[in-house]
Design a protein around this ligand. Sequence first.
Ligand SMILES: [Zn+2]
Length: 233
Amino acid sequence: MINTIGKSAKGHPIKLYSYGQANAPQVLLYGLPDPGEAVGASGLLGLLRALKDPHHLIHQMNVRWNFIPCLNIDDQPNDGLTLELVQKEQHQEVDWMIEQPRPETSALLNLNDLLNPVFTFPMHDEFHCEEVLPCYFPVSHELPDHICQEISTIIKHYGLDISPDIADAKMGQGFLDMFAINDIHKSTFAQFAKKGLVFICEVPRKEESHHKNLMATQLACAFLLINAIQLES
Ligand SMILES: [Zn+2]
């Protein structure tokens, strides 16, 4: 099912794709939150293909998938026709504007109230920016040891590095308690965290790593966490 959940300032529809039983736990993933952040959106295309295949193992996950392939259409370079390195500006960060919401921000906040997602994955990445930052993971709730270790294993499996500069005292290297970030209350993340787990997997531009590894890394982390939430409930 595809619904339009808002319109950008330039009049582009913001589309939400939903699959699965309506009464299953809701999960929300959204791509291209900032300019040029195409890793998540590309992964969502893979997710869409999997969901369209009736024999795919993904159907064993009892959740209702909700995803927005492109949240911030207005700020994509060259109207989204090409992919280029861009340095985003503050007024383009729709996730951080709940005090002066852009239409994209309002669409997310309304969706949060409507769905009450048990898991939200804002698909930010560091691929678009000109600096090379190793992987790091802002997260809304403390994750158990074995999950943190499995996430580290996924990152290494795909040939990526974990940030040596970011470390949570309990969760370890690469993990970052979202609520330690300045002004987090101005973000949509703080609102999503009231409903469920929020996890971000920032992946870098790394010339020697195939782009597919970046998408696979984000999706593998999402599947791991969704399965963990389901086992808990
Ligand atoms: Zn971003």
